[in-house]
Design a binder for this molecule. Structure first.
Ligand SMILES: NC(=O)c1ccc[n+]([C@@H]2O[C@H](COP(=O)([O-])OP(=O)(O)OC[C@H]3O[C@@H](n4cnc5c(N)ncnc54)[C@H](O)[C@@H]3O)[C@@H](O)[C@H]2O)c1
Length: 252
């Protein structure tokens, strides 16, 4: 058990990468709080984790609103009294060509992906500083934060912003014993990527851009998140860890 009695808050924890991370952390002995906007999905995921023997609570809340973020963090503290790890995972991606991105869609991506990461990160960081026992914050970025993908200008910008936010948080929080790192997944099979997976004409050629020749699965990102959360990565901060089957190293 590598996270015995650690308390982890995972935003967007009812589905995909967030849920796999919650399952993995719970299997390693952590108490996990999963949050999100979909109550039914949160309930189902929490039940699954509990049936596997994990300790879990779920809290509904929207990361773009400070009042919700404060309530989520307060709920974790009232249940377990402390927080050790934050996985800032909640995010959306709704592709559109640069010339057609509506202002509202730009704002929605910024509010959820970038502002949500800031708000939750700052709120939890304040708790970690007060606790004065260290901690690890993991921001879910993307390979799209390191290279540009067509029809994703708004999403790319949020993930690029998350990478610099991660470094900015890391330099200010390192002297206080708090590590902040970003995870940059490549193409992972979740409902976010389902539209492409369900389009065989497009998915086949897309897989050829990945040297390992396949999509990743959420559990492969959860394993990297576990590394970031634990002492195994104790001398690492401000790092953007790419987990992408080699996609980013390939020119064509
Ligand atoms: N799937 C991929 O290929 C991939 C690649 C790189 C990065 N990511 C990132 O991983 C993260 C998780 O995505 P996923 O692929 O598991 O998809 P997903 O849709 O299953 O997960 C996103 C989660 O975020 C939650 N969420 C969305 N908006 C929210 C809000 N305003 N407040 C609170 N929760 C909210 C959703 O309810 C959902 O549980 C995202 O940040 C995404 O950008 C995914």
């Amino acid at each position: 058990m590598r996270m015995t009695d650690k308390i982890a808050l995972i935003t967007g924890g009812s589905t995909g990468i967030g849920k796999a991370t919650a399952v993995r952390f719970a299997a390693e002995g952590a108490k996990v709080a999963i949050t999100g906007r979909e109550k039914a999905a949160l309930q189902t995921a929490a039940q699954e984790i509990a049936e596997l023997g994990g300790q879990v609570i779920w809290i509904d809340g929207d990361v773009q609103y400070k009042v919700d973020v404060d309530r989520m963090v307060d709920t974790v503290l009232s249940h377990w009294g402390t927080i050790d790890v934050l996985v800032n995972n909640a995010g959306i991606c709704s592709p559109a060509s640069f010339l057609e991105i509506e202002e509202a869609e730009w704002d929605r991506h910024m509010a959820i992906n970038l502002k949500g990461t800031f708000l939750t990160g700052q709120t939890v960081a304040k708790v970690l500083v007060k606790q004065a026992k260290g901690g690890s914050i993991i921001n879910m970025s993307s390979v799209n934060g390191l290279a540009a993908e067509k029809d994703q200008a708004h999403y790319n910008a949020t993930k690029g912003g998350i990478n610099l936010l991660t470094m900015s948080m890391a330099i200010e929080l390192a002297p206080l014993g708090i590590r902040v790192n970003a995870l940059c997944p490549g193409f992972i099979e979740t409902r976010l990527t389902k539209p492409l997976i369900d389009n065989p004409g497009a998915f086949g050629p897309y897989l050829q851009t990945i040297p390992m020749g396949r999509a990743g699965v959420p559990e492969e990102i959860a394993d990297a998140a576990l590394f970031m959360a634990t002492n195994d990565s104790r001398y690492m901060t401000g790092h953007c860890l790419v987990v992408d089957g080699g996609q980013l190293i390939k020119l064509s």
